[in-house]
Design a protein around this ligand. Structure first.
Ligand SMILES: NC(=O)c1ccc[n+]([C@@H]2O[C@H](COP(=O)([O-])OP(=O)(O)OC[C@H]3O[C@@H](n4cnc5c(N)ncnc54)[C@H](O)[C@@H]3O)[C@@H](O)[C@H]2O)c1
Length: 555
């Protein structure tokens, strides 16, 4: 018989009901080792379309060692510290299902944070069940021995006592446990989460043409992901090689079957270095990836840029499939084939053009993005609207609330439109020779100046782009290219998404950095400016006008 008991009433749970439409929620699965957290978490991920992250997996990905190795080389104390850090990472994510290592809840501080930041579901299992399940995975749990299960379980009884909801997993199947949780939480999965759906857009350049598969729930469904990939695996030798970072690998790449190997980059810009690329080459060599091999890049723009560079240079260029997981990566960096790594002398100084053979975009990835990362992407999205498609700009304005709430269907429409716009520019000007691609720099001249003058540390790229967009729109108003109303609408939209609209430093502090921009010719800036009529224009203007617009924006 199903044994469901709630330490709080189901009504209380329903009050906090996550609606799977973008509200922030974190579901934590706790319980003793082998209680079924990973299997149940994966099933819940498939049912809800939200990513599943196992804290033990993330620890292994971050440490580059198995749990058994961490215990053996650094001791349990170090492992518990890593566990605490990984748990803190989960609080930065939104809309995620987290499987907790068996010892996480033993630390009362961890437990208090979980109870405050999410919904804790306890999976209970009897001693015999645990012994039976653990014997199927020998070596995975260093603390567990057949003769000490009862004793350890007893010691942790207090830690596992309170939860928002609990389910006994003895003698019931994983699917049943998952359905009990879905019912208990009052999730209307069928309504909120329609079956995986995707459509294919095409990017056509002079030399190649490739599909961009855009949809929802692709990465959380074993079948959808592997079926989608299958079409590309057939024409390549061997198994694909995955490049990712610890968090995107743990959340999104685990369902990829039969990879030849993987390399995990440090998160963010630290991953975009020649040293990391060199480490990728070593692994590609060890894994026997040849000229017909395939790389899968799973992550944000940093992973995509570094993986793209490695793919374009390994054996003079092998194929790559991008699986972008941030808003910036989905609407911008994964489309168009620009690859790059940073040097100490500057960002993106080394790079190539290397078009992918396919891009797989699952907008459900955007549900777990921290607010700050989502906001950075919104600056680029608004840029497309202002510079390329005013109807889209109005649509963004009309749908602002649903976008902010991350309604998946609205996100799907938004991401698709951005991909179409980026694809059309890339088709026109694949290698930034005819000028069309320069239009994508709308807002970027001032943005780069702000970033450089702050030493690339105080201001985030999207925030800088937002300010750059305002300065460009103000210049356009001064030149009668744009109406005041457009500037006002832009300000309102940026502010709605929490983006800054005023520079935090005077023009004098930024001007020297601005003038290093390659778009300065003979001391005069070439600016990308929005126009009322249609696409934005690339115009040579004057430093005085730029200064006036900047100062007017500062006020
Ligand atoms: N090649 C191009 O055409 C192009 C265009 C635009 C930007 N870029 C480059 O892209 C980089 C910025 O990319 P970015 O904004 O994606 O940053 P990023 O790659 O650093 O990712 C941001 C953070 O989000 C995490 N993350 C990724 N997906 C997540 C998810 N779904 N849920 C939760 N966390 C997630 C990552 O681990 C990372 O810590 C810059 O280096 C920029 O130069 C390249």
């Amino acid at each position: 018989m199903h044994n469901v008991t709630a330490t709080q009433t189901v009504e209380t749970i329903k009050k906090d009901k996550p609606d799977l439409k973008g509200t922030s929620f974190r579901l934590y699965l706790g319980g003793f080792m082998a209680a079924g957290k990973t299997s149940v978490g994966s099933k819940l991920s498939e049912l809800t379309g939200l990513p599943f992250l196992d804290t033990d997996d993330l620890i292994e990905a971050m440490a580059g060692m198995s749990i058994a190795e961490i215990f053996a080389t650094c001791g349990e104390g170090h492992f518990r510290e890593l566990e605490r850090r990984v748990l803190d990472e989960t609080f930065k994510l939104k809309n995620v299902i987290v499987g907790l290592g068996g010892g996480v809840l033993v630390n009362p501080e961890n437990k208090a944070k979980i109870m405050a930041n999410g919904t804790l579901i306890m999976l209970d299992a009897a001693v015999n069940t645990i012994i039976k399940r653990a014997s199927n995975q020998p070596g995975k749990r260093p603390l567990l021995r057949e003769d000490n299960v009862a004793e350890l379980l007893n010691k942790r009884r207090d830690a596992y006592k309170d939860a928002h909801f609990r389910v006994s997993t003895d003698e019931i199947l994983v699917d049943e446990v998952a359905s009990l949780i879905v019912q208990g939480l009052g999730l209307d999965v069928a309504k909120d989460m329609p079956k995986t759906r995707c459509e294919t857009l095409q990017v056509r350049t002079k030399g190649t043409s490739y599909p961009v598969i855009v949809g929802r729930g692709i990465l959380t469904s074993d079948k959808a992901l592997n079926d989608t990939l299958q079409a590309f695996l057939g024409i390549h030798s061997g198994k694909p090689f995955i490049i990712s970072d610890p968090i995107t690998f743990t959340m999104f790449a685990r369902k990829i079957k039969e990879a030849s190997g993987f390399h995990l980059l440090p998160r963010g810009e630290e991953g975009k270095t020649l040293r990391q690329v060199s480490a990728i080459y070593e692994k590609l060599s060890q894994c026997g990836v040849d000229r017909k091999g395939l790389i899968l890049a799973v992550g944000g723009g940093c992973v995509g840029d570094a993986a793209g560079f490695a793919a374009s240079t390994w054996m003079r260029g092998i194929d790559i499939v991008h699986i972008p997981t941030t808003l910036i990566a989905q609407v911008d960096s994964s489309i168009g084939g620009k690859t790059a790594v940073n040097l100490p002398e500057g960002k993106n100084l080394v790079g190539t053009f290397h078009q992918p053979c396919c891009v797989i975009v699952d907008v459900n990835c955007l549900l777990s993005l921290p607010d700050e990362e989502f906001r950075q992407g919104m600056a680029e999205v608004i840029k497309y609207g202002l510079g390329e498609d005013r109807e889209f700009f109005r649509w963004l304005s009309d749908n602002r609330r649903s976008i902010l709430e991350r309604d998946p269907d609205t996100l799907l429409e938004m991401v698709k439109r951005c991909i179409e716009l980026k694809a059309s520019i890339v088709e026109e000007d694949e290698k930034e020779t005819s000028g069309a691609r320069t239009r994508l720099n709308l807002g970027h001249t001032v943005a780069h100046g702000l970033e450089a003058s702050s030493g690339y540390s105080k201001i985030k790229h999207g925030d800088a782009v937002a300010i750059g967009l305002v300065v460009a729109a103000r210049m356009a108003v001064m030149l009668n290219l744009c109406r005041d109303e457009t500037l006002a609408e832009l300000l309102e939209l940026l502010e709605f998404f929490g983006l800054p609209v005023r520079p935090d430093r005077p023009f004098d502090e930024v001007v020297a950095y601005l003038m290093k921009d390659k778009k300065f010719v003979g001391g005069r800036p070439t600016m990308v400016l929005p126009t009322e009529g249609g696409k934005c224009k690339v115009l040579q203007t004057s430093l005085e006008l730029l200064g006036d617009a900047y100062r007017a924006t500062t006020r």
